[in-house]
Write a protein that binds this ligand. Structure first.
Ligand SMILES: Cc1ncc(COP(=O)(O)O)c(C=O)c1O
Length: 460
């Protein structure tokens, strides 16, 4: 029975990333408030936010300091932009802080309002820079199948997922996708993680050779693939990729939108996986999602090209109204201060063993083929047959069913393609709450197994 709010939702909203036809029947989950790692619906039922919203509410749901700093900034200077050389204190302070904590040498910061627009900026900078350098052919950008970089036209092109391309007339020409580094699903029988990594690096090398190294400008990767399945890279992967990129003078863009600010147990995933990145995209946990803000971090060589271009053609013609919004920057400065003051990364390292132990224990369940993670992010894959790794028919939606049983049990998780389920709780989660999260999911899995059997999905 749909509530009044649910009916009004159905009649008024187009929901992002939602099956719009099914939504008309099942309606929304309407959330009203949050506290710590819990959110509450309009009937007062509690849920552990096992996805930190969309991999973003790192400090949980009731941080008074973030609310207060936003309110103070709203009262003092609710808006000013950064166009035409205008500036404000929070933007400058945040940029200084980001340069200080960046995992690779960074010269300057360019703000946006979302992870997607940050990655669009990355694409435009690559094109602009290579024109400026007199290399107009060096424009292609290589991303990975199942990589996720957003939904705007260029970012959705970088994304390597069919739902973001089908009938949207994407990807744009000049954006290529190399193999997905998911060892469990794509390694050959008996292939070690190191051998798999070496094979994927060789495939990338071949792709660059085939396209012509003088036409390939950049490579983009998330340290841990998020929307593509919460997939951690195989051993030796980024070391092997670094070596290929270095051979051909290809810029390495690290998409740290999910992994930035402690998620992997280091401040950046780039450090965890020894990625030799040149530029970074950040968003989400930059403000603990208390305000939309993204940042592109560029190195000195890229910045020098931009300045030289201005000497030649004048205005750097890029940027949007809300880029570097003073409220967002003030919230981000406070968020970074809290990460440091409350030793959030140390906390992640302290609780991660419990998280990973409970995550990997799920692999004992008859439906779970793989369970793997790093820090406080993990993914599992539900399969029909563990020995052969045979998958359920995609349209049966087994992972999705398990997350709807999880919702019944008071746990919010996200089902991703290939019957994967992602786990990505707020970084402030306690060990007891980690236990509660997995207790709730284990009950959901038990219900999923009953359902799978009742539907006869294990046969054949
Ligand atoms: C790795 C990565 N990059 C980019 C994005 C796009 O960010 P946004 O949804 O803020 O546009 C996301 C969103 O989940 C992401 O996970």
């Amino acid at each position: 029975m749909l509530t009044n709010l649910a009916v009004r939702d159905i009649e008024t909203l187009v929901h992002p990333y939602t099956n719009l036809a099914t939504h008309r029947e099942v309606g929304p989950l309407v959330l009203e408030r949050g506290r710590g790692v819990f959110v509450y619906d309009t009937a007062g039922k509690d849920y552990i936010e096992g996805m930190a919203g969309l991999w973003c509410t790192s400090l949980g749901y009731s941080n008074q300091e973030l609310a207060e700093v936003a309110y103070e900034q709203l009262k003092k200077l609710p808006f000013t932009h950064l166009f035409s050389g205008r500036s404000h204190d929070p933007a400058i302070e945040l940029a200084e802080k980001l340069k200080e904590i960046a995992p690779v040498p960074i010269s300057k910061v360019f703000y946006g309002a979302s992870g997607s627009d940050a990655n669009d900026t990355q694409v435009k900078l690559v094109w602009y820079m290579n024109n400026a350098l007199g290399r107009p052919k060096k424009k292609k950008i290589i991303s990975r199948l199942k990589g996720y970089h957003g939904v705007t036209v260029a970012s959705a092109s970088l994304t390597g997922l069919p739902a973001n391309h089908t009938d949207f007339d994407l990807p744009l020409p000049g954006i290529l996708h190399t193999s997905c580094p998911h060892h469990y699903r794509f390694a050959q029988p008996g292939e070690s993680e190191l051998d798999f990594s070496a094979r994927l690096a060789a495939e990338l090398d071949e792709m660059i050779q085939r396209e012509g190294p003088d036409t390939v400008a950049a490579f983009i990767a998330e340290p841990v693939m998020g929307a593509g399945g919460a997939v951690t890279p195989p051993e030796g992967y980024f070391e092997a990729i670094n070596a290929v990129l270095a051979k051909y003078d290809i810029l390495f863009i690290a998409d740290e939108v999910i992994t930035g600010f402690g998620r992997t147990g280091e401040m950046f995933g780039t450090t965890t996986y020894k990625m030799k990145a040149d530029t970074l995209s950040c968003a989400k946990a930059l403000t603990s999602a208390y305000f939309p803000l993204s940042a592109v971090l560029i190195n000195e060589p890229v910045y020098e090209v931009l300045v030289d271009q201005s000497k030649k053609i004048g205005t750097f013609g890029h940027g949007n109204t809300y880029a570097g919004h003073p409220v967002g920057c003030a919230v981000a400065v406070k968020t970074l201060e809290i990460y440091q003051r409350d030793r959030i990364i140390e906390h992640v390292r302290k609780v991660a063993p419990k998280f990973l132990q409970r995550l990997t224990r799920l692999a004992e369940h008859p439906l779970v083929g793989e369970a793997r993670g790093v820090g406080l992010i993990g993914g599992i894959e539900l399969v029909k047959d563990k020995a052969s790794k045979a998958q359920f028919e995609a349209k049966k939606g087994v992972a999705l069913k398990s997350t709807s049983f999880a919702q019944e049990e008071g746990l919010i998780l996200r089902a991703l393609g290939g019957d994967r389920v992602a786990f990505c709780p707020p970084l402030v989660i306690s060990e007891a709450e980690i236990d509660e999260l997995f207790d709730r999911y284990e009950r959901a899995l038990a219900k999923t197994l009953d359902w799978v059997k009742a539907e006869g999905l294990l046969a054949g």
